[in-house]
Design a protein around this ligand. Structure first.
Ligand code: CMC
Length: 425
């Protein structure tokens, strides 16, 4: 920590020194803890757009340059050359695994794939029309009762067991949630398949196509972490109270589901289907630009990326390959998406606001080509992001500076007034 001379001068001329925390990459952070006592004012930052809520060593995003790195490795490189299991180890432990470490981690995760029967029973008890994200949240909420060996955030061994159990079980849970939506029972995991191939097997009960499994694995890698996004911040916030880690994941799952976050992949496909043909694109683009219409182009825009989302570029490439290789005949939406992207990117509204396709714009097209219904798109995102959620939860609980999350507010409600009995109102 250095004091580089940053100061905040209050209305009455009071000067408050702000300690500067130096980052390794990107913006530094100014410590504001001295500001309220000295000035009587809090910082006001709706959406936390200018707030660093914690220190972290896991993922780095440069929104201006379109850079995403996990533990210093470009996500692009990892997506092309690594795999989800290896990336999970990297995010959890900070280094790439040795050959022996990777082997034993893969075997451990495979051995943990089967869920406790109570978890599957909770999923099967969900009403037939329940969204798989609801079922996943319920399943995670049952886990504190069945996995007590993971309950103590202060114990490094519990943290390790929790993260491995969560990463291994979340795929089984998502597949069971899908099976429940089609009125079928869960399929037991296979241990001879890699993570993504087993996930496809548990959903469809068929020998997975290697092209499909590789595409899904790459998507999981690209979704694995994204620093302090809404769901990860939710996991940290819930976890900061010391709640059981599976409950913190359930909270993250709920936050992810919203259409402004991970729910956007499902919303993109709905939007493309609604647009239907290229001649309707203009009408939808006009609606997205109309301040009086709440419609937004789903899969466009990002709080941090202001040039392009590097994940979207990679996913667009895979989309092309998958559609060609699987020959599913589902290229119509991809063509429509490319046309929509081209039209939006040449429009001043999107250019001025620096709105580009994000990770969710093309991923749904791949999921569809793999045979997944739209309701399973966000669960796929949740499976990948479980790694990030667990890595951040573990990091938070091993950080001596971490405290319960408890922001303040700018109060705008009534001033003090006297109670009037109901008969006098
Ligand atoms: N379509 C039309 N206009 C948009 C869009 C969009 N998709 N996104 C932002 N804008 C406009 C917005 O209306 C505002 O305009 P103005 O300055 O005239 O008021 C301006 O751009 C800035 O938008 P904002 O809402 O202040 O930006 P934000 O950083 O708070 O929100 C976002 C980011 C991702 C929630 C938003 O861009 C959005 O709703 N996009 C569509 C949903 C989506 O694709 N979400 C997935 C995000 S990436 C994956 C993930 O994080 O899970």
């Amino acid at each position: 920590m250095t004091d580089s001379g940053d100061r905040l001068v209050s209305r009455d001329g009071h000067s408050v020194p702000l300690a500067r925390r130096n980052s390794v990459l990107g913006a530094d952070a100014l410590e504001l803890t001295a500001v309220p006592p000295a000035t009587g004012a809090y910082s006001y930052d709706p959406g936390y757009a200018s707030t660093a809520s914690c220190t972290s060593r896991i993922t780095y995003v440069d929104g201006e340059k379109g850079v995403l790195m996990y533990r210093g490795y470009a996500a692009d490189d990892l997506a092309r050359h690594s795999n989800f299991t290896e990336v999970s180890w990297l995010l959890l432990n900070g280094e790439l695994p040795s050959h022996a470490e990777l082997q034993s981690f893969s075997e451990e995760l495979a051995g943990l794939r089967a869920c406790a029967p109570e978890v599957l029973e909770a999923i099967a008890a969900m009403p037939a029309g329940a969204h798989p994200m609801s079922a996943m949240t319920v399943a995670l909420s049952v886990m504190p009762a069945v996995y007590p060996e993971c309950a103590n955030p202060g114990d490094a061994d519990h943290r390790r067991r929790f993260s491995h159990r969560a990463i291994a079980n979340v795929a089984t849970v998502a597949a069971a949630a899908y099976r429940n939506t089609i009125g079928e029972t869960a399929i037991a995991p296979r241990h001879d398949l890699d993570y993504a191939a087993n996930l496809l097997y548990m959903m469809f009960g068929e020998e997975p196509n290697p092209v499909a499994a590789r595409a899904l694995d790459t998507l999981l890698v690209l979704h694995a972490d994204h620093e302090q996004n809404c769901s990860t911040s939710t996991v940290r916030m819930a976890g900061s109270s010391g709640v059981n880690p599976f409950s913190a994941l359930a909270a993250g799952c709920i936050a992810l589901w919203g259409p402004a976050h991970g729910g956007a992949n499902e919303a993109v496909i709905k939007m493309l289907e609604e647009i239907g043909t290229s001649k309707n694109i203009g009408e939808y683009v006009a609606r997205a630009k109309d301040p009086g219409d709440s419609f937004r182009l789903m899969g466009f825009g990002h709080r941090v990326y202001k040039n392009f989302d590097p994940r979207a570029t990679i996913i667009r490439g895979i989309c092309h390959e998958v559609l060609q290789e699987l020959k599913t005949g589902k290229g119509r939406l991809f063509t429509l998406a490319r046309q929509l992207e081209e039209i939006a990117l040449s429009d001043n509204y999107f250019k001025d606001r620096r709105l580009y396709p994000n990770v969710d714009f093309y991923s749904g097209i791949i999921y569809r080509a793999l045979g997944l219904p739209a309701t399973m798109f966000t669960p796929m995102f949740a499976i990948g992001r479980t790694v990030g959620w667990t890595a951040h939860w573990c990091e938070m609980h091993s950080d001596p500076e971490s405290r319960i999350g408890r922001p303040r507010q700018l109060y705008l409600g009534p001033t003090a007034r006297s109670y009037t009995p109901v008969e006098k109102r």
